[in-house]
Design a protein around this ligand. Structure first.
Ligand code: SF4
Length: 679
């Protein structure tokens, strides 16, 4: 690709872990990206970008980009490296991996998530590589596993409303989502509905920027969403607000749920949630008597012990009122299941495993797993870790153990990265990866129903290579000679989808999936019989599952650590991405914990004071922000700062636990008791 002296616009797609997956228009002048803008023609995102990705050139041309392979030259975790050639790095990595694989390939673990959501630079070639190798499989749970599995258990798939239909809603419950920060384009449609007279209600422990702009904010205690849903159901039943016909035709097993919900009068739900019973009653009335009524559920609420069950209960609400029958009615948590019919299940070539069935490790417990010895139950000790599209040292729970694991001198770690993150600092080799502006990719989405293509705008910077190219080169050195390891990125893109108009995807940058306008107006859920499942196989009838750690469910622990902590992302970061972009970091300032003024006063903590937030797992120093954004009894530790950019080299995950959700094996970041004291 020649980029010299050319001024042009290239079609792209935002690669980040965000429901919106914006279509991009990238302006290149003299071979350099000068502007990244939204594509106004793309219906769900209509040309607007968030502040973060508007700064993409700053991130791409950042002076600290890793642009050459690096080899560790100091102690593990020191971040000391020397540049080496690609040949030296790849030869040595292949030699090391071969030695481990000769003992047991399961001792090699891939670790990746949604640093890019692209199918090519995600798992296309990486999946082939690790399947052929026979490495451990990774259960990619760290964000959405509880909610995702709960949706599948209930609806049969990760499916829901069309994003654009929220503009037609008359009532929207924004549940567990700071949409202004993390689902901006949904917020645009919600605003359009508001202008037409719709009522917006935010349900969130934190008074977010989104809550500020809704008509009502219900600040329930973390991890109690399932109790609120049961209290609402109680009212739907006792007030005669059910759509009996919709339930009879499209819902399996309502009798058992009815019996359960009748045990949850508003007073009981309110007591568990830490709100007033009248709030539950009025919310039920609003929800049942306003049409169309929609719920935008997001993943914040499912990062607790009972996150899966709570998701199931909330997902049942529009099935009890028949809200699906109207345009602008229903629920959206994830739309990713709509893509299932159009994705090629062979892209990652699971057949390369042959008869082998490697163990599966849960990425949310990497801290414990890195410290485990070999055993019949666990299998071999982890000897090698290949990290790409993830920064586990910053984002995985219970950092003390994660850091201890990554610091093992006998662990061989390779990290594909753009920057020297907390994780890259622990690598034996850091391999320079391209950004979205430098490689080809194709994308699905989880907040809308459009597939996208991202064309490379410029040549790779320095010696950076796409992940696909890195795994291709490693495969060659490992002696993997199957033809699939020679597929180019163009060929991978052609293989990624089945039944989509690839010519349109190339020409336009996006194509809409052919999905009915109101897919569940007359049932037709993607379950075996087309009905919603209440008594789902393996899960039973959903119930409220209390947090592991709360004042009500763990009173002894709460005597020492009486404050519940949630750790939503700071507005200008996306998990740990963008923390090193100076213009964004300067907006955020420094790591903060938000406290209610009453909780602060009881501890003698002044606004702006440095504090220690602590529990049995660790201690995290940051600055206190006294604010009505925190409700009494709850503190908000905004994340996810890079450890090395925080005070004392820690971040909020020093405090979070590795316990897992009730469904899906997800992490429980927001199920965490702490105490705060002045530093
Ligand atoms: S992070 Fe989300 S809102 Fe921002 S550009 Fe990417 S997809 Fe769009």
């Amino acid at each position: 690709m020649s980029t010299l002296a050319v001024s042009r616009t290239v079609r792209g797609a935002c690669p980040h872990d965000c429901p919106d997956t914006c279509a991009l228009k990238i302006t290149v002048e003299q071979g350099r990206v000068v502007r990244v803008q939204g594509d106004p023609e793309h219906p769900p995102t209509h040309g607007a970008l968030c502040t973060k990705v508007s700064r993409y050139p700053e991130r791409t041309y950042h002076e600290e980009r890793v642009l050459t392979p690096l080899k560790r030259s100091g102690p593990k975790g020191s971040g000391q490296f020397v540049p080496v050639s690609w040949d030296e790095a790849l030869d040595d990595i292949a030699t090391q991996l071969k030695a481990v694989a000769a003992r047991d390939p399961q001792a090699i673990v891939p670790y990746s998530y949604a640093g890019t959501m692209g199918l090519l630079q995600g798992e296309a070639m990486a999946g082939r590589f690790f399947h052929r190798l026979g490495a451990s499989l990774l259960d990619r749970t760290i964000c959405a596993a509880a909610g995702g599995d709960a949706l599948v258990a209930t609806y049969g798939g990760k499916v829901g409303m069309h994003l654009e239909h929220y503009a037609d809603s008359r009532l929207i419950l924004i549940w567990g989502s700071n949409s202004i920060a993390s689902n901006l384009h949904f917020w645009t449609f919600a605003q359009a509905a508001k202008r037409q007279g719709a009522k917006l209600i935010c349900i969130d422990p934190r008074r977010t920027e989104t809550a500020d702009k809704c008509h009502q904010h219900i600040a329930l205690l973390p991890g109690t969403d399932g109790a609120l849903a049961l209290g609402l159901m109680h009212e739907l039943i006792t007030q005669g607000w059910l759509d009996e016909d919709y339930i009879a035709r499209h819902v399996d097993g309502f009798a058992a749920l009815r019996e359960r919900a009748l045990q949850w009068p508003p007073e009981r739900a309110a007591q568990v949630c830490g709100i007033e019973a009248d709030v539950v009653r009025q919310l039920a009335r609003d929800y049942a008597t306003t049409a169309p009524a929609a719920i935008r559920l997001n993943y914040g609420m499912q990062r607790v012990h009972g996150g899966g069950s709570a998701t199931r209960l909330i997902a049942l609400l529009p099935c009890l009122t028949g809200a699906w029958k109207q345009r602008g009615g229903g629920l959206l948590l994830s739309a990713s299941g709509w893509f299932k019919a159009f994705r090629n299940p062979q892209l990652e070539r699971p057949d390369l495993l042959g008869e082998r069935r490697p163990r599966t490790l849960n990425m949310s417990t990497i801290g414990d797993d890195l410290l485990r010895e070999a055993s019949p139950a666990f299998g071999p000790r982890i000897e090698a870790l290949i990290v790409y599209n993830s920064n586990p040292v910053a984002v995985a729970p219970e950092s003390r153990k994660v850091v201890q694991g990554f610091a093992r001198e006998d662990l061989f770690t390779v990290v594909l990265e753009h920057f020297l993150t907390d994780t890259a600092d622990h690598a034996d080799y850091v391999l320079p990866a391209t950004t979205q502006l430098e490689h080809l990719d194709v994308h699905t989405a989880y907040g809308h129903t459009y597939a996208l293509m991202n064309q490379p705008a410029v040549e790779p910077l320095g010696q950076a290579r796409p992940n696909t190219a890195i795994f291709r080169a490693l495969a060659q050195r490992m002696g993997f000679h199957e033809p699939c390891f020679r597929d180019s990125d163009e060929q991978l893109a052609e293989q990624a989808f089945v039944g989509l108009d690839m010519a349109a995807l190339r020409a336009q940058g996006w194509v809409k999936l052919p999905i009915a306008e109101q897919p569940f107006a007359d049932g037709g859920f993607p379950t075996a019989n087309g009905k919603v499942r209440i008594d789902a196989p393996g899960y039973g009838v959903p119930d409220y599952v209390a947090p592991y750690e709360s004042v009500q469910s763990a009173p002894a622990l709460a005597r020492r650590y009486p404050l519940a902590m949630i750790s939503p992302p700071a507005r200008h970061f996306l998990n740990s991405t963008f923390v090193n972009v100076k213009s964004l970091r300067s907006i955020e300032g420094e790591p903060l914990v938000e406290l209610h003024p009453d909780d602060a006063a009881a501890r003698g903590i002044a606004d702006g004071a440095m504090v220690d937030v602590f529990n049995d797992r660790g201690r995290y120093r940051c600055r206190a922000a006294l604010s009505g954004r925190a409700r009494p009894g709850v503190v908000n530790g905004l994340g996810v700062w890079w450890r090395k950019l925080g005070a004392q080299g820690t971040n909020v995950n020093e405090l979070t636990s590795q316990r897992l959700t009730d469904i899906g094996g997800g992490p429980t970041f927001y199920d965490c008791l702490v105490e705060v004291q002045a530093a």
